[in-house]
Ligand binder design. Structure first.
Ligand code: NAP
Length: 274
C-alpha cells in the first residue's frame, strides 16, 4: 500500500480525502501540532524522519478576503511554507502533489485549461501561483475550484453558506454576470487517487462538470434543498466584489487531461449531498 504524507489533513478538502481513501493508501498526517510549515528547520526535520512515497500538500492560508489584510502570514504559509515542504520532500527524492486553485487565472478570457497562462488578481491567488512556480515542473500541480462536500463543521463551503442563509430566511445577493465551476470534493478525492497511482510532474485540473453563475448556483441549491429561492437577489460582479478581494469574473475552468474520472455537474453533485 502506497504511503501518503499529507499536510492540511484537518481542512475542508484534506479531511474528506482521508475519509474516502483510507482503505486505498496509508496516510501519514502532518498536523500543525507536529510542525508549522513556516518553520523551515522544523519542517525539514519532520519530513526527514517520516517514511512516505508521496506528499500531498494541501496546507495553506485559504481565507481569500482575509489574505488582503494579512499579507505577511499568507505569504509565509503559502509561499515560504510550500518552499519548505518542497525542499524537504526533494531532498528525499520523493513525489509531491501541490494543491492550487482556479484563482490563479484572471477570468477575463475563459475557458481555462491546464496550459492556460495564470494571471492572479488577489493576494491569496498570487501566493498560490508563487507556490506553483516554486514546485515548477518538478512536482504535480492540481488546481481545484469552488469545492463543496457533505457537512464539515470546522469550515463551511459556499454551498453550506448559502443553504444556511436560506434556512434562516436571510435574503442573499448573488452575482449574475460571473461564472464559477463548483467541484464535488468526493470527485476530487477519487481523481487524486488516480493521479497518485499515475503520478507525473505536470499540471492537472480536477474541476466540476458545470460552469454557471453564482446566481444560478444559488437557485439550484434552493431547489435541491426545498428552500425559498425568492430570497436570492441578483447583483453584479462589480457591485458584489467592490469591497472584497477580486475573484476571476469568468472562472470557466476545464480539463484537457482528465480522461480518467467523469466529474459530477453541479446538479448531480448537489443531489449526492442529499
Ligand atoms: N477551499 C477552497 O475553496 C479551495 C479552492 C481551491 C483550492 N484550494 C486549496 O486547497 C487546499 C486545501 O484547502 P481547504 O479549504 O481544505 O483548507 P482549510 O480547510 O482552510 O484548511 C487549511 C489546512 O492547512 C493547515 N495549515 C494552515 N496553516 C498551517 C501551518 N502554518 N502549518 C501547517 N499546517 C497549516 C490547517 O491546519 P489547522 O487545522 O491546524 O489549522 C488546515 O489543515 C489549499 O491549498 C487551498 O489553497 C481551496
Amino acid at each position: 500500500m502506497k504511503k501518503i504524507a499529507i499536510t492540511g489533513s484537518t481542512g475542508l478538502i484534506g479531511s474528506r480525502i482521508i475519509e474516502l481513501l483510507k482503505n486505498e493508501f496509508r496516510f501519514i498526517e502532518i498536523l500543525q501540532s507536529d510542525i508549522d510549515i513556516t518553520n523551515r528547520d522544523q519542517t525539514a526535520a519532520f519530513i526527514k524522519k517520516i517514511e512516505f512515497d508521496l506528499l500531498l500538500h494541501l496546507a495553506g492560508y485559504t481565507d481569500v478576503d482575509g489574505a488582503e489584510n494579512k499579507r505577511e502570514i499568507t505569504q509565509k504559509i503559502n509561499v515560504d511554507g510550500t518552499k519548505n515542504v518542497f525542499d524537504a520532500v526533494f531532498k528525499k527524492n520523493k513525489q509531491l502533489i501541490y494543491i492550487s486553485t482556479d484563482f490563479v487565472f484572471d477570468g477575463q478570457k475563459p475557458p481555462y485549461f491546464e496550459d492556460s497562462v495564470p494571471h492572479p488578481l488577489s493576494f491569496y491567488a498570487q501566493t498560490k501561483y508563487e507556490g506553483e512556480k516554486i514546485v515548477g515542473q518538478k512536482a504535480m500541480i492540481v488546481r481545484l475550484s469552488y469545492p463543496y462536500r457533505k457537512s464539515f463543521t470546522p469550515k463551511r463551503d459556499f454551498v453550506r453558506n448559502i443553504k444556511l442563509a436560506l434556512e434562516k430566511q436571510k435574503p442573499i445577493q448573488m452575482v449574475t454576470d460571473s461564472l464559477i465551476t463548483p467541484t464535488f470534493i468526493d470527485d476530487i478525492a477519487f481523481g487524486l487517487k488516480h493521479l497518485i497511482n499515475n503520478y507525473s510532474p505536470e499540471i492537472y485540473h480536477l474541476v466540476g462538470g458545470t460552469n454557471l453563475s453564482p446566481y444560478e448556483a444559488g437557485r439550484l441549491i434552493a431547489k435541491t434543498f426545498n428552500l425559498d429561492d425568492s430570497l436570492i437577489r441578483p447583483t453584479t460582479y462589480r457591485e458584489y466584489y467592490e469591497n472584497k478581494a477580486p475573484r476571476p469574473q469568468l472562472s470557466d475552468i476545464r480539463s484537457k487531461k482528465n480522461h480518467f474520472l467523469p466529474m459530477n455537474g453541479f446538479q448531480e453533485g448537489l443531489k449526492k449531498l442529499l
